[in-house]
Design a protein around this ligand. Structure first.
Ligand SMILES: *Cc1c(COP(=O)(O)O)cnc(C)c1O
Length: 391
């Protein structure tokens, strides 16, 4: 079996599902209704952003939600709403998207980059403990890849130290932890609707929270410092226009009603099938385990750990040639010079460093394929590992 990289026949030639999937009837209807109404922004009296915020709050098990332009701004607004700012430190995991840290910089606080658990790659109470100082004001667990961080010990740790907890739920719409929805487990939770996420309007974000005072502060931060119910040109707080458009909300609201759960089930079916197939490869490729307490994984990504003499960059090139493109994943945040130059502090992060070398991702569009095609992914991996060892 010659590798496709060396002129052989690729294992897979059919295209993978594209993302996002085609929009459905309910989305067309609501988007059209909003367009025809002329109320494209929430300040014109439209109600779809508010409905979306309410629906997300309900699904997160909390009373309040605020729709925003994207999750980076959502994390920023959540930090503002919780009173985190200059002089404060916020602990973020080393293995996450860069926005978890840059949102902290936007709030004028110091991102402290903590290591992740070596097995499940999430922030844990243990790795958080190593990074805490007298200036720590908040922690930001990330529900990485759609599996929730182990929130009970993190919340207990935060309570002991008097820290706010902001869940970065950008990758985990619909996930549950010990049968409780994520997003509402900390003081605030933030979802993303950017193009690669499980629900998308191209861009977008949403903040949920439990406490009314936090809600008022977050809302004000997103609405030019206005007071809810106050006068238009009264700005008792400092705030910005961070709002989502009604048109975006109209794409998202029906998705939440009709599609999200079915799509999560579909991705999980593919991931389960792939994990079974990978069993034939022994230790060489294994699924990165979830943190304790995951009761529903929204499967934004499937992370795989390689234990093989075949180099990862060769493997990624060879897999792409076989028609099965995988992803190298994140560099540890502490290795990004721009972050440390901007004031971030990085703890030693051996587990994130290791993950940056031997973890690869199966991305969401591939997980949306027919689970029967998981066998082809395993077959391509087996081929590349066997032939690559001889190459
Ligand atoms: C996508 C993502 C963000 C940022 O979301 P945007 O909506 O693009 O600003 C933040 N954190 C994580 C973990 C993400 O995956």
């Amino acid at each position: 079996m010659t590798l496709a990289l060396h002129g052989g026949t690729p294992v897979r030639t059919a295209p993978w599902p594209s993302w996002p999937p085609p929009i459905d009837e309910a989305q067309w209807e609501l988007v059209t209704a909003v367009l025809e109404s002329g109320r494209w922004g929430a300040t014109q009296g439209g109600s779809v952003c508010a409905e979306l915020a309410e629906a997300f709050a309900r699904r997160s098990g909390v009373p309040y939600g605020v729709a925003v332009g994207n999750a980076t701004l959502g994390l920023f607004a959540a930090l503002r709403g919780l009173g985190v700012g200059p002089g404060d430190e916020v602990i973020v995991p080393a293995y996450t998207f860069v926005a978890s840290a840059t949102a902290v910089l936007l709030a004028g606080a110091v991102p402290v980059i903590a290591d992740v658990d070596p097995a499940d790659l999430h922030l844990s109470a243990r790795t958080t403990e190593a990074a805490v100082t007298g200036r720590t004001a908040a922690i930001m667990p990330v529900h990485l890849a759609g599996s929730p961080a182990d929130m009970d010990p993190l919340n207990a740790f935060a309570a002991r130290h008097g820290l706010a907890v902001i869940e970065d739920a950008a990758q985990a719409h619909g996930a549950t932890y010990r049968n409780r929805p994520i997003g509402g487990l900390g003081d605030a939770g933030v979802y993303s609707f950017q193009a690669s996420k499980a629900m998308t309007a191209g861009e977008g974000g949403l903040i949920v929270c439990r406490d009314e005072i936090v809600y008022e502060a977050v809302w004000s931060a997103c609405n030019v410092g206005r007071l809810r119910g106050g006068t238009w040109y009264g700005h008792p707080g400092v705030g910005w226009n961070l709002r989502l458009t009604e048109i975006q909300a109209a794409l998202l609201l029906p998705w939440l009603d009709h599609r999200l759960d079915a799509e999560i089930d579909r991705r999980n079916a593919f991931a389960t099938a792939l994990e079974r197939e990978l069993g034939h490869l022994g230790d060489a490729v294994t699924v990165v385990p979830r943190p304790p307490g995951t009761t529903r994984d929204s499967r934004h990504l499937l992370m795989l750990r390689l234990r093989t003499p075949v180099g990862r960059s060769f493997l990624l090139r060879a897999m792409a040639a076989e028609g099965v493109p995988l992803d190298a994943g994140y560099p540890p945040l502490g290795t990004l010079p721009a972050l440390t130059e901007a004031g971030a502090r990085a703890e030693p992060c051996p587990a994130a460093d290791a993950a940056a070398g031997d973890v690869v991702w199966v991305r969401q569009p591939m997980l949306m394929d027919d689970p029967a095609n998981a066998a082809g992914v395993a077959e391509a991996l087996a081929k590349v590992l066997t032939e690559g060892r001889q190459a």
